[in-house]
Design a protein around this ligand. Structure first.
Ligand SMILES: *Cc1c(COP(=O)(O)O)cnc(C)c1O
Length: 358
């Protein structure tokens, strides 16, 4: 606490990211990074951007990253998405922060699930957005009938985090139709691991904003690139906030790398299929060890052991050099969120758990 702080800073409760250990030897299954490297085209594009001794770095990047917006629009041409319907930012966390300020800050509270991405209440604190949480049902599913209260907006990840549970697209369409007065933000950080994207609904629904990231399915958490897709009025609101905050959120290397990653659809499909296959093997193994595993459409699983305390399990795994995520939060303090690694990493996890549980 310091008398130099603004009153807002005194009231903030910042987000706590998962540990990024300095030890290289750990099996890192705690922050949902992709276990595979990004497309080789990413490093090539970045090297090209750095050519001639990095001469290009002298100049500011394109403030609107138009070539990246074109790449996103081209990839989702089948949904009728144009570059004018794309907003890009320094990770989807930044895109989400702008959405809270630009589209979700109203008189009425916004709604999101009681168990969800824990950054949402943090953005509400930063931007002074009123909110109310809506409990997931007993199976940890989102029930759209529970979102009937008048609201200033609705936001949730699909599949949800940290549960991995997917809400079918027809349910999202119904939610959008019921709440025409407010913006519905669908955070699709994990949708490429088994979900159906709401991008197909953008042109029918002026109140839909879809937020996506290259951090998970494109293996680019370290590059910090995210984007949002919506009708032009929503994109203009995000642009107004962005241009009041930071004109150049994406640097030259991030723009070049992201365009290359989005262009390599074959590589992307290969790695996400590999993650999905490993997930099924992991789920079966965990069930065999006495875990109740929620059905996951993401690159992580959310599992609870029938006998063993979750915090103790996480600590015992850490002693064996494996880190997973445990949230000390109501309803989920007996669950572990485990990122799907390579088959070899998953096997190390399962072997360690078998030893701990023996
Ligand atoms: C990882 C994650 C993000 C943030 O992704 P970045 O693009 O790396 O900032 C957003 N939403 C959810 C639900 C996530 O799990």
């Amino acid at each position: 606490m310091s008398r130099y702080w603004s009153s807002l800073v005194h009231r903030l409760t910042p987000y706590v990211p998962g540990e990024q250990p300095k030890l290289a030897k750990l099996v890192k299954l705690n922050t949902n990074e992709n276990p595979y490297p990004p497309s080789p085209r990413v490093a090539e594009a970045i090297a090209e951007e750095l050519s001639k001794g990095g001469e290009r770095l002298r100049l500011y990047p394109d403030p609107s990253a138009d070539c990246l917006k074109e790449a996103v629009a081209a990839r989702f041409a089948d949904c009728g998405i144009s570059a004018q319907q794309v907003f890009v930012g320094n990770g989807s966390d930044e895109v989400l922060a702008h959405a809270f300020m630009a589209l979700l800050k109203h008189e009425l509270p916004i709604l999101f699930p009681d168990i969800s991405y824990s950054f949402y209440p943090v953005y509400c604190g930063l931007h002074e957005v009123a909110y109310a949480t809506v409990p997931l049902d007993e199976d940890f599913a989102i029930r759209i009938d529970d979102y009937v209260a008048p609201n200033g907006g609705i936001i949730f990840p699909n599949p949800n985090a940290p549960t991995g549970c997917l809400l079918p697209l027809d349910q999202i369409a119904r939610l959008l139709a019921r709440h025409r007065e407010s913006v519905v933000v669908i955070d699709e950080a994990y949708v490429d691991f088994g979900g159906e994207s709401a991008l197909a609904l953008v042109n029918e629904h002026p109140n839909l904003l879809v937020v996506r990231t290259l951090s998970k399915a494109h293996s680019l958490a370290g590059l910090r690139v995210g984007y949002a897709v919506g009708q032009c009025a929503l994109i203009e609101a995000l642009d107004r906030v962005k241009n009041s905050f930071n004109s150049y959120p994406l640097d030259r290397l991030a723009i070049a790398g992201a365009v290359a990653a989005i262009g390599d659809q074959a590589y992307f499909d290969g790695t996400r299929q590999a993650v999905m296959r490993s997930r099924e093997v992991l789920c079966t193994a965990l069930s065999g060890l006495g875990f109740a595993v929620l059905p996951s459409a993401a690159n992580f699983v959310f599992a609870r052991h029938q006998q063993q305390d979750a915090a103790e399990l996480a600590a015992a795994l850490r002693q064996r050099g494996i880190i997973v995520r445990h949230f000390k939060l109501p309803r989920i303090d007996q669950h572990l969120r485990i990122t799907v690694g390579t088959d070899a990493q998953c096997a190390l996890l399962v072997d360690a758990l078998r030893e701990i549980l023996a």
